[in-house]
Write a protein that binds this ligand. Structure first.
Ligand code: SF4
Length: 211
């Protein structure tokens, strides 16, 4: 018996799914990175307490001893200047590196005039009081930024545009040489950070270190 083989029914090939038309991928538009909101500059008066230290003063003056009479003039002058003419502020600029904190402190103009007057009478005494003013602003800076005492020097950062405006409001003018219009002044970061590496005097400073 022969059987006739049913011709195999060929399953119709499954219709190939027509490729779905996908919308052409749009090139991703890169949003500009959102800028971190920058808060306002803050200026706060500080209470800095400088202390007269005979050893530091002698070291600064390059002297090994101080005449008793001179010492009797230096100490009261130190106290009077600190009370009447020392100004100290913390300026915080959120746009500045790190925490943005800085201190600026200075002795007001009458101290400069007083020293100039002493200088006219006696250059030696003028120099002694000039050194006293330097000792005062450094001691005041060390009082609010204690690390400066170990360093023996205050790294001078480049002020931001915001800090320059704050200076103006305080009656200070920044000079491109890295000074303000007061003879005895210290400007540095608060809290202390990075040492000589942030100091704009570094290229010409013989005492610069790699801290
Ligand atoms: S570079 Fe010179 S001036 Fe500046 S912090 Fe260092 S030692 Fe002081």
């Amino acid at each position: 018996m022969t059987t006739t083989k049913k011709p195999a029914t060929k399953k119709p090939a499954a219709a190939k799914a027509a490729p779905k038309k996908t919308a052409a991928a749009k090139p991703a538009i890169k949003k500009p990175a959102a800028k971190k909101p920058v808060g306002p500059i803050q200026v706060d008066a500080l209470d800095a307490h400088p202390e007269f230290d005979l050893f530091t003063y002698c070291e600064l003056s390059g002297e090994t001893r101080i005449e008793h009479d001179l010492l009797e003039e230096l100490e009261p002058r130190f106290d009077t200047w600190a009370e009447k003419y020392l100004r100290a502020y913390k300026i915080t600029d959120p746009a500045a590196p790190g925490e943005g904190g800085h201190i600026i402190l200075w002795l007001e103009e009458p101290v400069e005039e007083e020293i100039e007057g002493i200088w006219q009478d006696s250059p030696g005494a003028g120099m002694a009081f000039h050194n006293l003013a330097i000792h005062m602003v450094m001691s005041a800076a060390q009082n609010v930024v204690p690390e400066l005492a170990d360093k023996g020097c205050a790294p001078l950062p480049k002020p931001t545009a915001g800090i320059l405006k704050a200076f103006e409001k305080l009656g200070l003018i920044w000079n491109k040489e890295g000074t303000v219009n007061r003879q005895f002044a210290v400007f540095t970061r608060m809290p202390y950070s990075e040492g000589c590496s942030i100091c704009i005097l570094r290229p010409k400073c013989p005492n610069a270190s790699d801290d």
